[in-house]
Design a protein around this ligand. Structure first.
Ligand code: FAD
Length: 322
């Protein structure tokens, strides 16, 4: 049965995050031929970003532009998105399972008296219900869930549901809705970014991660070079962060970021269960470790037993020749 599905878009520094396009693809599956309506909040002119959502498959987009929405606050965004949802009365809502998605969607679900399936890695429309697959027990198992009553509301994990191909000839209206944003009790004075460069870890296609085996912040240099050659970004284990070799913004794992890149290269990481919780669903895992018994080899597709300071430069050299 076709449904109207709202996709909550997310932009960072003026650019839409890839997971927005993946959410549109998920919304298409849920809608089963129904209408997919994008919602975009921010300040200034959001027309261009709205159009981009159309190019990736949204049938139309509603933007809410307001000075109070310049920087994300859940108070402001809940009011804006809720106003659009009230107008649209959708049967489904999808958003990326990002830091913002994780905070905004439960608040919206509570306002809408709706259920919420979070962190879905797969969406299948089985005709009479939409079934979501999501990891449980820190990624050690998966469960399948469906919402049988009310709004089908879900967040999707970045990098798992492929977005549709961009088609700039797609036509769809981008309209602006005026919403009165009031009673904001949070004032954002400044946003200080810890890692200003590189690709966002949760959306990266290639991650070269370093652990305590990297031994120093200087030791991360070859990993940064390898990441650059592969067009990826650098991540880390908590061991490396705790040792002060890198910033906690790079931490991957149970208490860090959850990532699912196409390629994950673990260098000098033992493979503790808490680290695996954040990366074991990567599509291809390569482990470089001098201990052949290291647990990381149990989840690796390819293992190299050796000293990372010898192996990584060799890899860089070979890759540069391709
Ligand atoms: P180690 O376990 O010390 O491993 C270093 C590895 O480097 C070893 O396998 C060694 O053989 C190898 N090595 C050393 N030198 C070289 C070399 N020259 N070349 C190649 N290999 C070399 N950890 C996370 O990563 N993320 C989390 O989110 C996280 N959350 C946690 C939450 C809780 C509640 C707890 C209790 C722990 C958490 N941890 C987390 C910590 C986790 O248990 C491990 O302590 C941590 O992952 C170990 O980091 P590591 O693999 O870098 O270090």
């Amino acid at each position: 049965m076709s449904k109207k599905v709202v996709v909550i878009g997310e932009a960072r520094e003026g650019s839409l995050r890839n997971v927005t396009f993946e959410a549109i693809a998920a919304a298409k599956i849920i809608s089963d031929g129904g209408e997919v309506v994008g919602v975009l909040c921010g300040a200034g002119d959001l027309q261009e970003s709205g159009r981009e959502m159309v190019y990736y498959g949204a049938d139309r987009v509603v933007t809410v532009s307001h000075e109070e929405l310049k920087t994300y606050t859940s108070e402001g965004y809940v009011q804006a998105v809720h106003a659009v949802i009230e107008d649209e009365s959708p049967e489904g809502i999808v958003m990326g399972h990002t830091s913002i998605g994780k905070e905004l969607t439960p608040k919206l679900a509570s306002r809408l008296q709706s259920g919420l399936i979070s962190d879905a890695t797969e969406v299948v429309n089985e005709g009479n219900s939409v079934v979501f697959t999501r990891p449980i027990y820190s990624g050690k198992a998966f469960e399948k869930k469906a919402i049988t009553d009310g709004i089908t509301f879900a967040t999707i994990r970045p990098n798992n549901i492929p977005s549709l191909d961009r088609n700039d000839s797609l036509q769809g209206e981008v309209t602006e809705k005026g919403v009165e944003i009031k009673n904001i009790r949070t004032i954002i004075k400044d946003v200080i970014r810890k890692s200003s460069e590189g690709v966002d870890l949760s959306e990266a296609k290639v991650i070269v991660a370093g652990g305590r085996g990297v031994k120093s912040s200087e030791g991360f240099k070859p990993l940064e070079e390898l990441a650059e050659v592969l067009g990826g970004t650098v991540g880390a284990s908590r061991g490396a962060c705790d040792a002060g070799y890198c910033d906690y913004a790079l931490q991957i794992g149970q208490t860090g970021k959850v990532v699912t890149p196409d390629l994950y290269i673990a260098c000098g990481i033992s493979g503790a269960i808490q680290h695996l919780a954040g990366m074991s669903n990567s599509k291809v895992i390569v482990a470089i470790n001098k201990d052949p018994e290291a647990n990381i080899f149990n989840v690796a597709d390819y293992g190299i037993v050796g000293d990372l300071f010898e192996v990584v430069p060799k890899l860089i050299e070979e890759l540069k020749q391709l």
